[in-house]
Design a protein around this ligand. Structure first.
Ligand SMILES: NC(=O)c1ccc[n+]([C@@H]2O[C@H](COP(=O)([O-])OP(=O)(O)OC[C@H]3O[C@@H](n4cnc5c(N)ncnc54)[C@H](OP(=O)(O)O)[C@@H]3O)[C@@H](O)[C@H]2O)c1
Length: 331
């Protein structure tokens, strides 16, 4: 297989982790990195071996040879950064949450489709071996019809006014940062709910915890809790009328899942340790799609990304949470 020329926009925490996965991938060429400052771009490029660096996202988009760009900036920047990449003919892997709201997501994906460019939400959970095994168990009928999903996701980090997580102007709050994982799981397995009931604890202008209940006409429920400044189990349980599946200990990135019969006996356990750091599966999926000329990944389809963004819009609507950028767009 040919090498894929990667670029990265933003040199924060996850960009470092992702660069490690890229560096270990024989099919990836570390082409260029962009930061808002020259020095950060240079340091990052030297650390991971990128061929070029740019102290401006625009210069990177207009001048670099990168063919696929990993966008690792805060949520509120994704729309502009992705637009810049698409307008300059680049394929995009953009971190979650893809944008602040579904309208922005729809606009980006429509543009990517119009231009025939690959675009994928960096929903690495769906690319992971355990997640894919879980879907095989469900498709085989091992747990029967799904009746209940319970998933928690928390990150007990201390308040820092400069951290994007606590800044509404960066698209902060735990819904877009954490809640997207349980919602993606529930939507993937049960589809669009018939009713959504949600409540949030707002502090610092963002949701620092929230609770979401999805109800389906066939009687199924999905219940999820998310939060900063609190520690939850971070497990997921998917229960059907014939058995249940558990994804333990940070379910979105776990290496282990188990299948149980309805009387609680373990029927199968799947364990797959990561070769690198867990992001290698997402990189491989992008390479597979690009080599096959796909503009969307079957594992992370555009329609799913839009549907989950719409669920998050509905949650925020119920809490009355509007991002500053959304307010100024209305004025
Ligand atoms: N897939 C995962 O497991 C995972 C994990 C964590 C985060 N994420 C996602 O990745 C994205 C980045 O998260 P992170 O934790 O890496 O964030 P971070 O450490 O705050 O880094 C974000 C980077 O974006 C750039 N940036 C551009 N505009 C900015 C602004 N107005 N304020 C601050 N930084 C700005 C900065 O890079 P420069 O200074 O170089 O321009 C900064 O270092 C988010 O969308 C998040 O949801 C995904």
């Amino acid at each position: 297989m040919r090498k894929f020329k990667w670029g990265i926009i933003g040199t924060g925490k996850i960009a470092h982790t992702f660069a490690v996965a890229l560096r270990h991938n024989d099919d990836a060429q570390l082409c260029a990195v962009a930061s808002r400052t020259d020095i950060k771009a240079k340091d990052f490029a030297e650390k991971y071996g990128f061929e070029k660096y740019y102290g401006s996202y625009r210069e990177f988009a207009e001048q670099s040879d990168a063919e696929i760009v990993y966008i690792a900036t805060p949520m509120a920047s994704h729309y502009d950064d992705a637009l810049l990449c698409l307008e300059n003919g680049k394929n995009v892997l953009c971190e979650k949450s893809l944008t602040l709201n579904a309208q922005q997501t729809e606009q980006l994906l429509a543009l990517a489709e119009k231009k025939g460019l690959f675009f994928m939400e960096a929903m690495w959970m769906k690319c992971r071996p355990v997640y894919r095994r879980m879907k095989e168990w469900i498709a085989s009928g091992a747990i029967g019809d799904i009746e209940y999903i319970k998933a928690d996701f928390s990150n007990n980090i201390p308040y820092d006014p400069n951290d994007r997580l606590f800044r509404a102007d960066c698209g902060g709050g735990c819904l877009l940062d954490l809640g997207i994982y349980p919602l993606t799981l529930a939507h993937d397995l049960l589809g669009i709910p018939d009713e959504i009931i949600s409540s949030a604890h707002m502090r610092y202008g963002v949701d620092i915890s929230n609770s979401i209940l999805l109800r389906y006409k066939n009687g199924a429920f999905a219940s999820m809790d998310n939060g900063f400044e609190i520690q939850l189990s971070n497990n997921a349980v998917i229960s059907g009328n014939k058995g249940y599946i558990t994804l333990g200990n940070w379910f979105h990135c776990t290496c282990e899942g188990a299948l149980f019969t309805s009387d609680g006996m373990e029927a199968e356990r799947f364990v797959r340790k990561d070769d690198i750091n867990g992001y290698e599966y997402e990189v491989d999926e992008v390479h597979r799609c690009l080599s096959e000329g796909l503009i969307e990944s079957p594992l992370v389809p555009h329609s799913d990304t839009i549907a989950v963004m719409k669920l998050m819009d509905q949650c925020r609507q119920q809490w009355g949470m509007v991002f500053p950028e959304e307010k100024s767009n209305k004025e």
